[in-house]
Design a protein around this ligand. Sequence first.
Ligand SMILES: [Ca+2]
Ligand SMILES: [Ca+2]
Ligand SMILES: [Ca+2]
Ligand SMILES: [Ca+2]
Length: 293
Amino acid sequence: MRYLLLIVCLLAAFFAFAGGKFHFYLNTGNASGQPQLTARYTGNLDAAWSPNGRRIAFTSYRDGNFEIYAMNANGSGQSRLTRNSVADGSPDWSPSGRRIAFDSERDGNFEIYVMNADGSRQRQLTRNLANEADPAWSPDGKRIAFESNRNGNLEIYVMNADGSHQRRLTRNRADDGKPAWSPDGRGIAFVSERAGNMEIYAMNADGSHQRRLTRNPGNDTYPTWSPNGRRIAFSCARDGNPEIYVMNADGSHQRRLTRNTTEEVPNSWSPNGRRIAFTSNRSGFYQIYVMNA
Ligand SMILES: [Ca+2]
Ligand SMILES: [Ca+2]
Ligand SMILES: [Ca+2]
Ligand SMILES: [Ca+2]
């Protein structure tokens, strides 16, 4: 699947993550009430709202390779947190707001790392030749879920927040990835291609009771929980290009929030539940925007 994704990436933009990451990249337009937080002429994506709502971590290509940055929730005060020549991405805040988990290719393939919220004390948590990506911190701060192709295809794994006790939660030949922990910590939403195209699934946090939430031939990806756990935002390409949708946590009442010819994917719900930070290429480059939820 990642080859298909790569083709989509190459068609859509001239940068892409490669190498086993379950990313779905996006392709322009304008919408009122959806302010753009990042500048033009470079790629900025993968926004993650800090638990107190004041900062947004994200990934930027402005330095010639992907680095993690953070900014104030209005787009001001942008600062770089990583500094190296390879890809760093997928930032996710610890529930305390003190640390950020992320993935990085600095040892030759993707691994999960953590750092302090100011970029200090960067520490590697996984260590193997496969790709580990898309970390998601459990709401109690004790565990981190992630995706890895260490067993031949992408599966979802979970480990303690110090990298110990890594264990697998999904088990099938299709790609499973992009874990998102429910706010009560009991469940994990994720993306799987087990039904032939990307659909959103949910499971208990121990991997049991895996169930499908979307059902259509377009790719559904980027699941993002509302802070009250009642809804999941996701992107779906059922109308030919990725748009942002929301549904109830059981998959019911799916409804579209964006409507244009470019690609929009949700990244992170604001902690107060009122806003959704998302990535769109409506300007010709991937940029971070916010809209009302
Ligand atoms: Ca980098
Ligand atoms: Ca690895
Ligand atoms: Ca799998
Ligand atoms: Ca689908």
